[in-house]
Design a protein. Structure first.
Length: 192
């Protein structure tokens, strides 16, 4: 096997680097391209539930049919536009925080590699400290906001409710939408 890889010009380093690239190609790029293709297609009843982008015409030429109505709909509807811009803002802030934390840490590790290795060796060779860290990790994780499912759900619901109310208010002002009325028995005037 090693001889075959050498004949193909693949070294051990190349094979190690190729593994994450193949992983990204299979599980990120290809699904992303499929979703991008579907986003430009028209919907239809059938299997698959979208039209093909490329079709052979009767004259032998390839017809390219691209529908941008989905993207125009996002720009026209304030609810979808607000959700899209909100997700971009969250992504930008997350990226900024990762860069602000990651670059100084990587710089510090790279500049003081000998000291970093000594600290890592000292921490890894202390069995009592490792055992204490392992015991406390579960309690620390359970107390963290990451596992506060109810709190995260409440905040998400409040955000959705706020977006819905702002959209209803803007649509009601423009006269394009009348908000739904509550269902159920209405009290007569004399019972109120």
């Amino acid at each position: 096997m090693a001889q075959l890889l050498r004949r193909l010009g693949i070294t051990g380093r190349t094979a190690v680097i190729a593994v994450p690239w193949v992983w990204l190609l299979l599980f990120f790029l290809i699904p992303f391209i499929i979703v991008l293709k579907i986003s430009f297609a028209d919907t239809r009843l059938g299997v698959p539930p979208y039209t093909p982008l490329l079709e052979w015409g009767q004259d032998g030429y390839v017809n390219f049919k691209m529908n941008v109505a989905n993207y125009l709909f996002i720009l026209k509807e304030s609810l979808y536009l607000e959700a899209f811009l909100s997700s971009l803002k969250v992504a930008a802030v997350s990226t900024l925080f990762c860069l602000l934390i990651g670059y100084p840490m990587a710089y510090g590790i790279a500049r003081s590699s000998d000291e970093y290795v000594r600290i890592a060796q000292r921490l890894a060779s202390d069995p009592r400290a490792l055992a204490l860290t392992r015991r406390s990790l579960r309690q620390r994780l359970q107390a963290s906001p990451l596992l506060d499912h109810r709190g995260v759900t409440r905040e998400l619901e409040a955000a959705y409710r706020g977006m819905w109310r702002r959209w209803c208010a803007s649509a009601e002002q423009s006269g394009a939408f009348e908000p739904p009325r509550r269902q159920g028995r209405q009290k007569p005037e004399d019972e109120i």
